[in-house]
Design a protein around this ligand. Structure first.
Ligand code: FES
Ligand code: FES
Length: 159
């Protein structure tokens, strides 16, 4: 795969020089300093490294940076707008939906996609959609509560 010389992340074009076979995760963390995205299993199994590529959630530990091309990458750092956290980021804080927080950015990225596709998910739909994101601390109930709280806020209701 050819050398990558530019990548678009969180609305910013970055110049770099990276082996196209390198995982996107390494480039985000090591070249761009975006350390919010975490390395968990490194095998595409846990979801800790989830980012969005043109709005689609992908495992950045398993995605060669050379496959991204001109597509827009969004990381956890890109969810905040004008100094305001995304409602799901705020809901995770409000609901205390983390313990070690290692899974949190991947959970939030997947949760944002869920709420985009389905603004009013049921408990079963949340569990089904978030199935690929693993929380080793087991705070699943609080994560589910945070997603429901964010859904309410995004619909214009009170948290
Ligand atoms: S670190 Fe990528 S899926 Fe686990
Ligand atoms: S909060 Fe520790 S892995 Fe989820």
């Amino acid at each position: 795969m050819p050398v990558v010389t530019e990548i678009h992340v969180n609305g910013v074009r970055h110049s770099l020089r990276a082996d196209g076979e390198q995982p996107l995760l390494n480039v985000l963390r090591d070249d761009l300093g975006l350390t919010g995205t975490k390395f968990g299993c490194g095998e595409g199994q846990c979801g800790a490294c989830t980012v969005l590529v043109d709005g689609v959630p992908i495992r950045s530990c398993h995605t060669p940076v050379g496959s991204i091309g001109p597509q827009q990458v969004t990381t956890i750092e890109g969810l905040e707008k004008d100094g305001q956290l995304h409602p799901l980021q705020q809901a995770f804080l409000d609901a205390g939906a983390m313990q070690c927080a290692y899974c949190t950015s991947g959970m939030i990225m997947s949760g944002v996609v869920l709420l985009t596709k389905n603004p009013h998910p049921t408990d079963e739909e949340i569990v089904g959609f978030m199935d690929g994101n693993i929380c080793r601390c087991g705070v699943y109930q609080r994560i589910q509560n945070a997603i429901k709280q964010a859904a309410k806020v995004m619909a214009g209701g009170q948290p």
